[in-house]
Structure formats: C-alpha cells, structure tokens
Design a binder for this molecule. Structure first.
Ligand code: IVH
Length: 668
C-alpha cells in the first residue's frame, strides 16, 4: 500500500508539472502520448483504490464518472443579481442614490466587465476546492463540482497562504469567442447542433451530466466576488480582495479599475465599449461596485440585488428582425455562400442588413424561411450571423430557401465534395464571380496593394471580358482603361502609376496574392521565409511543404494542386514577365532584433498591428501570433487579453505602444 501511495504522489506531481507546462506556459515538455499514458496509469490506480482519490488529483481534470442527476446545494450566502443601468443618466441616479444613503460620503467604485456566462460559487476548505454550484434561484443551486473541476483556470487548490478556512469564491464561467467558434465549426463539420452564442455553449457545457464532455469544452473562469467566509478575514476593499484572490492563484479580470467618480465611470464605460469587439470574450456591460466593503455592508440589498452595485448594459449583440430574401454569393474558390438580406436592425452597435447563413446544411438546420423573424447575432469582429428562428412568429405565408443547382454567376454545375459542407461552382476562372473575387483579392492591400482598382472597375473588367487572365491587368494600355466608365485621363494615369508601383513587392505578398486555398497572409509569409524563392515553393513536395510551421496535409495538398495547374504556372510566368519582382531572400534577417521573437496584441493608436510587426521584422525580429516561452517581448495595446495574461505568467517583458515607438526610433 505504501508503494501505491508513493507512486500515486509521484504520478500526480509529475502530471501537475506537465500540465502547467502545457496549459499555462504553452510549452509541452513531453509528447502527448507520454502524458496520456501517465494519466491512464493514475486513473487505473485510482479506480482500483477509490479510497485514495483526492479532490485535487489531476485525474479530476479529465472528468469523473457521469452523474444520474445534479444534487441541490443551499447557498449559505445568497447569490444576488444586479440592477441595470441603460444610460449615463441611469448611472448618475444610482451614484446619487447611494451617496445620499451614505450621508454624502465619497464613494469610489470598482469597475470590471460584465462577463456573459454562468455564475458559479466555488467552496474552498483549507484551500481545497470541495464544491462548485450554479446560482439557481439565488438561494438553491445545483452541484456541478465534477464539471467545474475540469476547467483548467479553476484552481483545485489555492496557492500561497493566509486564506480563510472556509472561503466561497464567486465568478463567471464563460467560453471565449475563439473556443466557441471552434466548437461550432466542429459541430457544423459533423452536421451536429451548433450553439447560438458563447453563453449558451458555456451553460450547455456546464450542465452536462458527464464531466468528460465538459472537460472537452473550452471553458474559463474569472472571479468577481466572494460569498461565505469563515476562519479568516478578507481585506476591506473590493480591489484588495481581488488582488488577494489573484495572489492565491484565482483568475480575476485584467480590465478592472478603481474609479473615483461618475465621470471616470463614464469614461471607463466608453473605453470598454470601444474595445468590446476586439475582446477575446463576450461582455454585456460593466459592473460597478462600491469599493469599500464597509459601504457595501451599510448599503445592503433590496430583494435580490445589492444597493451597492449596478450593471451598465451595452447594446445587445442579438436582435430579432425579418428575413427578406436569400442571395447566393460565389467566392474566390467557387464556394457558394447563402447571404441573408434583412430588414435593417441595430445590433452589437451597428446597423446590420446582411448576415451569413454559411451553407445549405445550416439553412436546413435552422429551418429558416423567407418572411421569418430571425435572431441575428453580431459579436466581435465576426460577420453577422443568423443563429435562430423565432418559430412562434412564423407568418402564414413563408417561402423555403431554394438553393440554386447551377452557379448563379456562370451557370456551371455546382458540386459538393463528399464530407464537406460547402457547395462549389466548378466554373473555375471561367466563372466571372470567381474571377472577380480572385482579382479583388489579388489587388487588395495585403496582396499586390494596387490603389484605385476598386470593385466597380473590377466588375467592368470582368463583365466586358477585358481580361483572359489575371496578368492582363498589367498589359491593358491607356486607351483600354479610358474606355471604362468614369475613367478620365487623370484617374487612368494614377491607376497606371499604382500598377507600376505594385510590381515591386515581396515574395510573401506575391504568394498571398495568388489566392491559393487556405494560404492566408501568415502562411504565405512562412512559405516565403522557408523556401526563400518561388521556384523552390513551386517544386516542393508534400513533405517539404509540411515542414513549414502551420502547413498540414490539407494546406500542402491545396498548394500542390495549385502549382500543378498549368494555367496557374502560365499566369505566374506572365506576371513575372510584366516585371513583378521582390528582393532576393537574405538567408537570415539581420538587424538589432535578430534572433528575437516579438508578439503584438491589443489596439495600437499610431499604427496598425501589421505595420508594427513589419517594422519589427525589418529590424530582424521574428513576429508570432501567440505568446510562448520563446517570446522576447510582448507589445500590448488597450484590449490586450489572454496574451498579456500569458506573458505576465511567463515573466515576459511587456511594453506599451509609446515605449515601442521610442525603441523603434533608437534602433532605426
Ligand atoms: S457581481 C452582488 N460582477 O451578472 C454581486 N456579476 O446580472 C453580483 N456577472 O449573476 C454579481 N460579470 O453571473 C458581478 N464582474 C461581474 C460580473 C457579474 C458577470 C453576472 C453574474 C450575475 C449577473 C447579474
């Protein structure tokens, strides 16, 4: 038995260390298979000796056995809800009200984003997580301990010292947008049900009777308050309590602030409203709390909501409107996307009149008909989507959405590849819609960057059959350009100059401009860096291609397919004959930042992230999209989220834009 106990202890310690390296530092120290084998061994031993299972064993992250039902949990301190403020005025009233109640005392506020997820209460005894419960009706919730244990950011035990013997920590379990998009993409690919929004996805994931299902869902936790406390004391202000929780290893908001008056509260609201779309998670407002706990006690609460806190709401990210029609767009690769035309509606801060319906499966899944009242969601930078139909409001006469059986642009057949949800026009570059989309991509800013060649011109070029091949845009002469609508001497001269200027480019931009399927800007850059010249890329086999970071078998196949097409090779040859050129690859970038890896995140004021990255690369740095141990410096603008958090845990230097500008000047 002694042996078993010590093997268990060693296994758990090993798995914790590997887990930290994997989840917190993003630097796996062992192959997955080895981790999995150790975990399996732990699970086997624990199954044979259930009496030795501990609540903080790494096995609990995998998800315990399924439950029959959730047990009820009485909250020892009720879980409250919040009153809402919908305007600056509502907030002023709230502020006035509480200052009156406090006999005119000054009130400073603790402000933080209102996360759109599920409220949970975590009970720690002597620093060990022993129970997790939902809010329920505020006084009785459900026991979801086994599920919550699978959430990586929930500490199974508190770190450090000084925590009360009994401590309830309250906060929100939520699903970051990227995790939500990924989960739905998987579901769509498998033809399964998708979630309407991250909040529903988080709720559905937490209410699973099988914790193993929860374990596979990308959930996160952020604390915002405490509940029952016994055998110890917490500090006297909300801000100090949150700092204390963070020291015990509990995730807290990175965006919180202490604000001294209602003007500062308004400024904070405006600032977060501006950042909202770029945040890695959904928020539906700002929560303000009187910062002094003594004031909170004095103010108390009315029925279900505290007097000392309020939620100032943002414009809703979901709205209902009517579906007027469905049109079909043909993309660069022939993919046909049903696009919903909507009665204009204000959602997520903008007026939306178009939304994507993704593909035929999605239309069928939603069972959406023209004339229906639909739910439109617009959150983050994602294009607006239709996420549901209000079936009770279906009018008598609706029309089903009819998919075309031939390409709406060129009349070619539409094919559907086995196992893929998309339908494609087989017309290739003979299809004007594909030609147009390809051309739009070719001239776009991140590709050949040809100024002045807008959609209207592209449409005319294609409609009038001026081009038999992409390269023809460089061979059209002045008289031909002059024949197009609204093209005078001056604009033609400008356009010809822009065309000429675009010929001097980079290999990465040229590769990106070709519009190879699945080869975005970042992949194009990696291909350029890896192969150094176009010939090597054209002749690379799958193995060589897959040696490039980010290139897997699918992308490699698309690249090979593209360069196998003799038509594409001839277009490339003709483009090069027109004088498109780029600097020869220098074998390794030189400059003061050689050997360094930089990451830029958040919003910058004086330049775009792309520009900042380009400048850093020009100085010899590599730029990456995620923070890891290999990161030299993180440049973080407002709105920086998980990358900033990660850099902080890894002790990676973080600088702001002003410092970056200073340093760039010095290096240049
Ligand atoms: S404070 C008295 N802070 O909003 C404490 N709640 O509408 C009440 N929520 O049930 C909660 N982010 O699920 C608080 N930073 C935050 C929050 C937050 C999200 C949720 C929470 C609560 C609901 C009330």
């Amino acid at each position: 038995m002694g042996d078993t106990a010590s093997e268990l202890a060693a296994l758990r310690e090993q798995l914790r260390a590997w887990g930290r390296a994997y989840y917190q530092e993003d630097q796996p120290t062992v192959p997955d298979a080895e981790y999995d084998a150790a975990m399996q061994r732990l699970l086997d031993i624990e199954q044979a000796h259930p009496e030795l299972v501990t609540a903080d064993s790494p096995s609990q992250r995998v998800g315990a056995a399924p439950l029959e039902k959730f047990e009820q949990v009485e909250h020892r301190v009720p879980m409250l809800s919040l009153d809402n403020a919908f305007s600056a005025e509502d907030f002023e009233d709230f502020d006035q009200r509480i200052r009156d109640r406090l006999d005119g005392a000054a009130v400073s506020y603790w402000a933080e984003p209102k996360l759109d997820g599920i409220a949970v209460s975590l009970r720690y005894e002597k620093g060990q997580l022993i129970q997790a419960a939902t809010r329920g009706d505020g006084s009785t919730g459900e026991d979801i301990t086994a599920n919550v244990r699978t959430i990586e950011s929930v500490p199974l035990r508190l770190s450090g010292t000084g925590f009360p013997d009994e401590l309830e920590i309250r906060g929100e379990v939520f699903m970051p947008r990227s995790g939500f998009e990924g989960l739905n993409a998987q579901a769509r690919a498998r033809g399964e049900k998708v979630f309407v929004n991250p909040r529903n996805a988080a709720a559905g994931s937490l209410r699973q009777l099988d914790p193993k299902v929860t374990a596979r869902r990308p959930l996160e936790f952020t604390a915002y308050s405490t509940g029952y406390v016994d055998g110890g004391e917490l500090p006297g202000t909300q801000s100090e309590v949150m700092t204390q929780l963070a020291e015990w290893g509990v995730p807290v908001s990175q965006y919180a602030a202490v604000l001294e008056n209602s003007a500062a509260c308004e400024a904070y609201y405006q600032d977060l409203a501006a950042q909202r779309d770029g945040l890695p998670f959904d928020i539906d407002g700002i929560v303000y709390k009187a910062n002094a706990i003594a004031q909170q006690r004095e103010l108390g609460f009315v029925s279900r909501a505290p007097r000392w806190a309020i939620a100032r709401k943002f414009p809703a990210q979901e709205q209902t409107t009517r579906l007027l029609a469905v049109e079909f767009q043909v993309g660069r690769t022939g993919a046909i996307t049903p696009v919903a035309r909507l009665e204009p509606v204000f959602v997520g801060g903008v007026t939306v009149s178009n939304a994507t319906l993704h593909n035929a499966d999605e239309v069928e899944r939603l069972d959406v008909r023209i004339g229906d009242t639909v739910i439109v969601r617009r959150a983050g930078d994602v294009i607006p989507q239709i996420v549901g139909v209000v079936s009770e409001r279906r009018p008598e006469s609706t029309e089903p959405v009819r998919f075309p059986d031939h390409c709406p642009a060129c009349g070619s057949e539409i094919e559907r590849v086995e196992g893929e949800a998309v339908q494609r026009c087989v017309g290739g570059l003979g299809c004007p819609a594909q030609q147009m989309a390809g051309l739009r991509h070719f001239v776009s800013r991140k590709a050949m960057d040809i100024d002045g060649l807008g959609d209207k011109l592209i449409e005319q070029l294609v409609d009038r059959r001026f081009l038999s091949d992409l390269a023809d845009i460089y061979t059209l002469d002045k008289t031909q350009w002059l024949r197009l609508d609204r093209m005078g001497e001056k604009s033609v001269d400008k356009l010809l100059a822009a065309l000429e200027a675009s010929k001097s480019t980079t290999l990465a931009k040229f590769i990106y401009a070709l519009g190879i399927r699945e080869v975005g800007e970042a992949t194009a850059r990696q291909l350029a860096e890896h192969f150094g010249n176009l010939d090597a890329l054209i002749h690379a086999d799958s193995e060589a291609l897959e040696a490039v970071p980010d290139v897997g078998p699918v992308v490699a196949a698309h690249i090979r397919h593209f360069f196998h097409e003799s038509r594409n090779i001839s277009t490339i040859r003709r483009l090069l004959e027109q004088g498109i050129h780029w600097p020869e690859a220098t074998t390794s970038a030189t400059g003061p930042l050689e050997g360094q890896t930089w990451v830029v995140t958040g919003k910058l004021e004086t330049m775009s992230r792309d520009e900042a990255e380009a400048q850093l690369r020009a100085l010899g740095a590599r730029t990456a999209g995620s923070v890891s141990k290999k990161t030299t410096t993180l440049v973080a603008g407002p709105g920086a989220g998980s990358k900033l958090k990660k850099a902080q845990t890894l002790d990676i230097p973080v600088i702001d834009e002003a410092t970056l500008l200073e340093q760039l000047q010095r290096w240049h």
